[in-house]
Design a protein around this ligand. Structure first.
Ligand SMILES: NC(=O)c1ccc[n+]([C@@H]2O[C@H](COP(=O)([O-])OP(=O)(O)OC[C@H]3O[C@@H](n4cnc5c(N)ncnc54)[C@H](O)[C@@H]3O)[C@@H](O)[C@H]2O)c1
Length: 340
């Protein structure tokens, strides 16, 4: 006899099975839609900047958010030197619960879900900020997040040519191998500067715990859109600060981005939060000459959305394990009786 109520648990295998059943393209396009809906309901959520513990070699963060019906949190790290020890830079797990009772309904792996939601959120922002006829994407840093980003931008913007560069040749080869099944023109580059030449959109997603200058201001031409992903911690940024002065900047949640984003290197006000674009309170790109920047750090709402989306898919597909995680007793005051 089970002594507990069942909570759905989604492991890496379950998440992989769900994605394989719907297909990664459909998964991204649906996820972009649900993210747009949730960002447009911005006022429905109780928000706070994530809680971060910083170490010399990385950061560990807790990311909570509360909506009207559901509460979610994610545990995530960022350890840029982990790959040298054969470990991922970013791993994550998370939970979704019902506000009404406070009972958890889902415990999930979130390493893959983080890569999916980060790519889908960047692609969502790019639908408002990139030029409509964008054809070429430049990617700097071809680590764990990179294929997810390439596919999400391909699906959202229709970009088919991808220039890419990483200081690690093995990571570049892996990127090309993983994307060979998709109809993309892949162009390896010898450095960051040549990657940025003649691209419409550039994504930076390198990992280092310092103020880097992955993109120099003089490389950035009118009309470009930048999705800055790797600058997401105090003292960890990727862009020449002069770019920030020229760009129309959009962030997820200003209170958190001021601490963690590229804009920690900027005193001036920024243009908008993403929800203002999705709810049409503010325009996205207004001219073909605008330089636009989505200064992504990763916000709890994206985790909430991806958890809810995968929860609903797992229920429909009957995928996942149901584990007795909540005490099930006739007398709710007799918790001790459970032990006898
Ligand atoms: N904004 C968000 O929501 C979000 C979400 C996930 C990850 N991230 C951040 O994105 C970055 C990438 O994450 P990941 O999981 O792909 O990490 P990863 O370690 O798997 O990949 C990073 C890649 O960057 C390359 N690199 C480092 N310095 C470089 C340089 N100067 N030029 C070119 N390439 C360089 C490395 O060789 C590596 O292949 C990390 O900084 C991570 O913290 C942000």
């Amino acid at each position: 006899m089970w002594l507990g109520l069942m909570v759905r648990v989604l492991t890496i295998d379950h998440i992989r099975e769900i994605i394989q059943r719907i297909g990664i393209e459909a998964c991204f396009s649906q996820l972009i839609d649900v993210l747009r809906d949730d960002f447009s309901r911005w006022q429905d959520f109780e928000k706070m900047p994530r809680i971060a513990h910083h170490f010399k070699r990385g950061v560990i963060e807790l990311m909570p958010i509360c909506g009207k019906d559901y509460y979610a949190y994610k545990y995530v790290n960022g350890h840029p030197y982990n790959p040298k020890q054969n470990k991922l830079t970013v791993v994550a797990t998370g939970m979704l619960s019902e506000v009404e009772s406070g009972y958890p309904i889902l415990i999930s792996e979130m390493t893959i879900l983080t890569a999916l939601r980060t790519a889908a959120t960047g692609a969502l922002a790019a639908t408002y900020l990139a030029r409509k006829n964008s054809k070429t994407l430049g990617i700097i840093g071809t680590g764990s997040q990179s294929e997810f980003q390439a596919l999400a931008f391909h699906i959202a913007l229709g970009v088919n040519r991808i220039k890419y560069f990483d200081i690690d040749e093995k990571a570049m080869q892996k990127f090309a191998d993983n994307l060979s099944a998709f109809h993309l023109t892949l162009i390896p580059c010898k450095d960051a500067q040549s990657t940025v030449e003649n691209v419409d959109v550039v994504i930076t997603m390198t990992a280092d715990k310092k103020r880097s200058r992955i993109l120099e201001d003089r490389w950035i031409r009118a009309g470009m859109h930048i999705n800055g992903v790797g600058g997401d911690c105090p003292g960890k940024t990727e862009l020449d600060p002069a770019i920030l002065k020229r760009a129309k900047i959009v962030v997820e949640y200003l209170e958190q981005s001021r601490i963690e984003g590229e804009i920690q290197n900027l005193k001036d006000p920024i243009y908008a939060e993403l929800w203002q674009l999705t709810s049409q309170e503010k325009a996205g790109r207004e001219s073909d000459d605008d330089i636009t920047l989505f200064d992504a750090v990763g916000f709890a709402l994206e985790d909430y959305t991806v958890l809810k989306y995968f929860y609903s898919l797992s229920e429909k597909m009957n995928i996942g394990e149901l584990l007795p995680m909540i005490p099930s007793i006739d007398d709710p005051k007799n918790l001790f009786g459970l032990l006898s």
